[in-house]
Write a protein that binds this ligand. Sequence first.
Ligand code: CDP
Length: 239
Amino acid sequence: MSSPTRPKKLIIAVDGPAGAGKSTIARLVAKRMNFLYLDTGAMYRALTLKALRKAVDISNAVQLTRLAKNTRIDLENNPDGSIKVLLDNEDVSTNIRKPEITKFVSDVAKVEGVRKEMLHLQRRFGLRSSCVLDGRDIGTVVFPNADRKFFLDAEFKTRVSRRHKELKDSREAVTAEEVKKDLKNRDTIDSNRECAPLKKAPDALYVDTTKMTIEEVVDTLLKHIRVRANRHNRPNGYG
Ligand code: CDP
């Protein structure tokens, strides 16, 4: 029998467009709470890498769905808070961040059959332990009953310069103009697709990170999570 004071598992959903700071923030929040972190975008990226390697036609939903059904994707949390992405047991953590993957990932992620496969994996992961998941549809579709939902956003110009700096830091030779084009293209596909489009869940807290430091955003999320966690752990349940 479970003790009434035993902490409940918590699911924290962090959604938003590229460059809003989701993965940095979600990773740090997970570390501070000692929760698992699941970067759901990494799963779509891993499948895109496999599709390109196998020369699968990216516009063919049937082939992409078949590929998704026959692919094993695992995510592991490294002790430093970063994640290891395994594609059919191969570590692809670095390869999936390459611009050629980024270019096609939204076309792969818009396929309903692909999303269905990823949804199963993401929900299974969420059942393991308390966790923070970041993506586009976590609060709306994957975990509509998440304990806390956040929608991180930032002005387009800020998102472009953050992503450009990130890529330069990892020695990718891309121009600001290319980054701008990529973000615009992905924003459009991710927000307008029929299946699980990027949108704020009505009960998500909207956080505009444009003028905030990483620490400020992390603190904002932690404050809201802790209020909820304390309520859960009261002996008589929800406060
Ligand atoms: O880090 P960044 O915001 O550039 O993207 P990501 O989180 O790695 O996600 C890459 C792409 O995967 C997004 O542009 C979406 O097309 C797709 N994605 C999705 O459709 N649903 C999710 N839950 C996560 C990512």
